[in-house]
Design a protein around this ligand. Structure first.
Ligand code: NAP
Ligand code: GDD
Length: 326
């Protein structure tokens, strides 16, 4: 059910997993929603195709500051959600400079544009648990020291501090959400949850026998993307700008992910999963587990989907036609 507000929001990364769920949430809340879309040789609109006619798409790229200024002038947003990034950790080892330009300096371009043409707009930065990296204590909260382990994590840490600096130096309502891994049937194919879910679907359909993975011992705090975009929105509805950790507080290994996903299709993961060293990383984040107490206390935020529910939804969707993703 849509409610009515006179607010406008600009979402970068609208074609990504989180962008699509956030656009849905904002439309449901009665916002006029603008999405920044970059030029690519083959457009990638499948996650937002069902929102056609309800969203206004604006061309722009975090690498091109003038396009960001134009998008801000056209959308005149009350709220800006920066979800755009080169977000795949292994790619950041292969293309560290590109990742830094988009995921790190791109955020500064957007903040500087905002400062020039829309300083009253509230700003959300998609920060990440990857910044904790080689964790110094567990669970991780807003006070845990950072130790990023990839060019992606380093770039995100730069963007995190650029966001805080914009708040402290220029008085922008700019906040950083330190989100732990969140997944859904709209997750990109290369991330481990979707790789496993789609691998299970292919094996269950008799189209493959084997799934090759890297480090099975790594643990992650996995939640559902739909829950996590709600936290982003809540952060921009507060009286004061503050940074928040968003997590479920539960952690599972990649091995446990495999066991749950294969079991959902009546299969034994040990008969199909092969460890392939080519999927291990030059430096790994071995464990992540978040403490979202501040979000629970100040935002009233709680996750609604647990690990099993998430894995079942992803495996079921991977085995169903694409229409099931809506
Ligand atoms: P995603 O699916 O990889 O989406 C990334 C989006 O960024 C896509 O829309 C992509 O556009 C866009 N993009 C990439 N380079 C761009 C550029 N140069 N200019 C403008 N747009 C560009 O990521 P996600 O999972 O939705 O995550 C959203 C954000 O949260 C990202 O910043 C990610 O780093 C961060 N984050 C994610 C998680 C998680 O677990 N999902 C956790 C913490 C933080 P194309 O469609 O054209 O590629
Ligand atoms: N992708 C992938 N593929 N990961 C594998 C594989 C494999 O074949 N085998 C094991 N893994 C392990 C990785 O080594 C890592 O420890 C874990 O599975 C999760 O990997 P990803 O799903 O690729 O996610 P991520 O944790 O590296 O990064 C995601 O979460 C971050 C938040 O902590 C991304 O969404 C980042 O953008 C996000 O910031």
């Amino acid at each position: 059910m849509s409610s009515s507000t006179n607010k406008r929001a600009l979402v970068t990364g609208v074609t990504g997993q989180d962008g699509s769920y956030l656009a849905e949430l904002l439309l449901d809340e009665g916002y006029e929603v603008f999405g920044l879309v970059r030029k690519s040789s083959s457009p990638n609109p499948w996650r937002i195709a069902h929102l056609e006619g309800r969203l206004t798409l604006l061309p722009g790229d975090l690498l091109d500051q003038s396009s960001l200024v134009r998008a801000l002038l056209e959308s005149r947003p009350h709220e800006v959600y920066n979800l755009a990034a080169q977000s795949f950790v292994p790619t950041s080892f292969e293309q560290p400079v590109h990742t830094t330009e988009v995921t790190g300096v791109g955020v500064l371009r957007l903040l500087e544009s905002l400062r020039q043409v829309a300083p009253e707009a509230r700003f959300y930065q998609a920060s990440t648990s990857e910044m904790f990296g080689r964790v110094e204590s567990s669970p991780q909260d807003e006070r845990t020291p950072f130790h990023p382990r990839s060019p992606y994590g380093v770039a995100k840490l730069y963007a995190h501090w650029a966001t805080i600096n914009a708040r402290e130096a220029y008085g922008l309502f700019a906040v950083s959400g330190l989100l732990f891994n969140h997944e859904s049937p709209r997750r990109g194919d290369e991330f481990v949850t979707q790789k496993v879910a789609r691998g299970v679907a292919r094996i269950a359909a008799g189209e493959a026998r084997e799934l090759r993975l890297g480090n099975l011992d790594a643990t992650r705090d996995w939640g559902h993307a739909r829950d996590y975009v709600r936290a982003m929105w809540l952060m921009l509805q507060q009286d004061e700008p503050r940074d928040f950790v968003i997590a479920t507080g539960r952690t599972h290994s990649v091995r446990e992910l495999c066991a749950a996903a294969f079991a959902r299709a009546g299969l034994d993961w040990r008969e199909h999963v092969t460890v392939d060293a080519s999927f291990t990383r030059p430096a790994e984040v071995e464990e992540l587990c978040g403490d979202a107490r501040r979000a629970r206390d100040l935002l009233g935020w709680r996750p609604t989907v647990g690990f099993e529910g998430l894995v079942h939804e992803m495996v079921d969707a991977a085995r169903a036609p694409r229409e099931a993703l809506r």
